[in-house]
Design a protein around this ligand. Structure first.
Ligand code: GUN
Length: 284
């Protein structure tokens, strides 16, 4: 049996369509258009592409995106001042600060200045704390998108063993909290984990967010597992690949996300959803 693909591109398109319809209804009721401030510091080429895609997706669903490109010489103080201004701006419902920031800037410190009501990335300690307490408000986009993918395939996750590989603040940690909230028994693997293979072999649900091609060997996959590959890695020939040895893994798994076309499109869709949620919940 070959695994079925979890089609992130299709689910993201459907989600964007629903968001666009909700925004249209709201604006015809007299509410202002949701507004997302997008801040990019420096000119990291990958970040520029991500930001362009996010802004394009905003336009498509009726979210006004206001772009703040800043030079890589920008100081922490200038960035914090901009965030404070945006926190007060009633036309802005979400603030996206694209990461990574230049090494001279303390990302954690700056991110804490984004008011939790406009924290559409869900990175603020308040929003992570809410997720840890099982009462999330704005949820980190990638893990939220992974949960939407898992929920789309009609399987129950209560009591199943989920293994998350990668423990970053952006993906791995909030991913584990999402799976815990869904009733999974959760194992988190990270750079100090001994015998990664033995953990992966037990995973009914495997989420890999490492960023290293083929770190997850196909032969480790438990028969009939659900595999979600968050890794997006560029190979020397220019093609994109995930963390998982896809061609071997798909022969053992029941469900698997492709790269590209799996988690990536959902990350943008959930950003739009969070911006709409922020506008709905906190519009003055
Ligand atoms: N850089 C890589 N992923 C992300 C993300 O989800 N949000 C932001 N703001 N920056 C990122």
């Amino acid at each position: 049996m070959v695994a079925q693909l979890i089609d992130g591109k299709a689910l993201a398109a459907q989600t964007r369509k629903e968001i666009a319809a909700t925004i249209l209804t709201r604006t015809t009721q007299g509410f202002s258009q949701p507004g997302l401030a997008v801040i990019l510091v420096g000119n990291d080429p990958a970040s520029e592409i991500y930001v362009r895609n996010k802004r394009h997706a905003c336009t498509e669903v009726g979210i006004k995106s206001i772009y703040h490109p800043l030079p890589d010489t920008t100081t922490e103080q200038t960035l914090i001042s901009l965030i404070k201004t945006l926190n007060q701006d009633t036309q802005i419902h979400g603030i996206l600060l694209q990461l990574p920031l230049p090494a001279s800037i303390n990302s954690d410190k700056v991110l804490e200045h984004i008011t939790p009501e406009k924290d559409v990335d869900g990175f603020h300690p308040y929003n992570l704390g809410r997720l840890a307490q099982r009462r999330p408000l704005l949820r980190p986009c990638t893990p939220y998108g992974v949960m939407m993918l898992l929920n789309s395939i009609n399987t129950t996750y209560k009591g199943r063993h989920a293994v998350v590989v990668g423990a970053s603040n952006i993906v791995g940690r909030p991913m584990a909290l999402e799976l815990l909230m869904a009733g999974c028994t959760v194992t988190i693997c990270h750079r100090y984990t001994q015998d990664l293979a033995s953990h992966v072999k037990q995973a009914d649900i495997l989420v890999s967010a490492v960023g290293k091609p083929s770190i997850i060997k196909g032969e480790w996959i438990k028969p009939q597992a659900t595999i979600v590959d968050v890794g997006i890695n560029r190979l020397p020939d220019g093609s994109l690949t995930g963390d998982v040895e896809f061609h071997i893994a798909k022969e053992k798994a029941a469900w698997i996300t492709p790269v590209p076309g799996g988690v990536g499109p959902m990350t943008v869709a959930t950003l739009l959803q969070n911006t709409l949620t922020a506008a709905e919940q906190f519009q003055q």
